[in-house]
Design a protein around this ligand. Structure first.
Ligand code: KG4
Length: 346
């Protein structure tokens, strides 16, 4: 019998169906099927997402095993995203994981999607230098559904220090992009156009929230009102100022994120700071991390692009560490749609 620990990870919380194999902590494969069906709707349509997951899940798992060069009988355990996310989407991955594991008579491991985003920093690749954060560190988790500052004390000990009280940062990018008539998802498009614009061209409202929490709904409204007022004067305003609008929006978002993150880092006296989630692909945010590293002596950790958006490698690596603790879950464990306070437990 193989002495390798082979974990199959399954991710299906939103609109990406993904499967990955991690062997003894090292990545063997990471297959992601993204769903283009949502583009014409300007956002993810939950029912369409569930249906696409159903179509994708078996081919994606098959491909992940093939690329890893292992047989399904060699798997040690199946880790799956249990939540938070879209319930219908989660049910596809969860049901598949349970059925597959039961057929192979191996344990299942439930994974919190947010914990998995943080754990992306611990995915090791063969034949490269794997630089990983040391505990404790802070992780700024920014995606389409979440904006959080997390204190990470161990693989299985993560505490949310602050989070958005309304919109997530990715949502703010996507909604502002939508009012400019840009395609979905808007975040990457804003990023691209921002490179050509002046970040000081426009000023938008910044939130005044006590403590470590974020808020992005005021910025979104301020952006909308600016456009509304300017379009009254010139109907071609957006077209003429797209780049400057994107650059100013992005600069404001980054300033909001980094100012609070710095406050937490100072207060907790932690100088190792990581970023995770889909919005961590943003080039301006990445640059801000490098600038803060230089200015404030932070050691920063920025994941590879392929590990920033939803992927199963982060689920498999979380499963790998939970496997060490024999932290398995019952077959009866249902998926959960909402966020839980303790993201390293359920
Ligand atoms: O983590 P993710 O793939 O999905 C979840 O929300 O779970 O994040 C997707 C979000 C979207 O809102 C997308 O617009 C945003 O990440 N995003 C970006 C960039 N790339 C993706 N936002 C700003 N700049 C980017 N380069």
């Amino acid at each position: 019998m193989s002495t390798n620990i082979n974990i199959l990870g399954i991710e299906s919380s939103c609109d990406d169906t993904s499967a990955s194999i991690i062997q003894n902590g090292f990545l063997l494969s990471n297959v992601v099927a993204s769903q283009s069906v949502h583009e014409s709707y300007g956002g993810v349509v939950p029912e369409l997402a569930s249906r696409a997951h159903q179509q994708n899940i078996i081919p994606v798992v098959h491909e992940a095993l093939k690329r890893a060069g292992i047989q399904k009988e060699e798997l040690t355990a199946v880790a799956f995203t249990r939540g938070p996310g879209l319930l219908g989407s989660l049910m596809v991955g969860t049901s598949f994981a349970k059925g597959f594991a039961q057929a192979l008579n191996i344990p299942i491991i439930d994974v919190n999607h947010l914990q998995a985003h943080v754990m992306a920093h611990f995915i090791k690749e063969k034949d490269v230098e794997n630089v990983q954060p040391e505990f404790p560190f802070l992780c700024l988790l920014v995606s389409g559904g979440n904006s959080q500052i997390i204190k990470v004390e161990a693989y299985n000990k993560m505490t949310v220090i602050g989070q958005t009280i309304d919109d997530a940062v990715g949502e703010a990018f996507d909604k502002c992009a939508k009012v400019m008539g840009l395609p979905y998802p808007g975040g990457p498009v804003v990023d691209k156009l921002a490179k050509l614009g002046n970040p000081k061209a426009f000023t938008f409202n910044k939130p005044h929230i006590e403590g470590y929490d974020y808020s992005f709904s005021g910025l979104k409204t301020s952006f909308l009102y600016t456009l509304r007022d300017e379009i009254k004067k010139d109907p071609d305003f957006v077209e003429k100022h797209k780049e400057d609008l994107c650059a100013s929006l992005q600069a404001t978002v980054i300033d909001i994120l980094m100012t609070k993150l710095k406050r937490v880092a100072n207060d907790l006296n932690i100088k190792q700071v990581a970023v995770a989630g889909g919005v961590s692909a943003n080039s301006g945010l990445r640059q801000a991390f490098y600038d803060y590293a230089e200015k404030y002596g932070w050691k920063v950790f920025i994941p590879k692009f392929s590990y920033t958006t939803d992927n199963a490698a982060m689920v498999a690596i979380t499963g790998y560490y939970k496997y060490q603790d024999k932290d398995f879950c019952e077959l009866s464990a249902p998926p959960f749609a909402r966020i839980s306070a303790n993201i390293s437990g359920d």
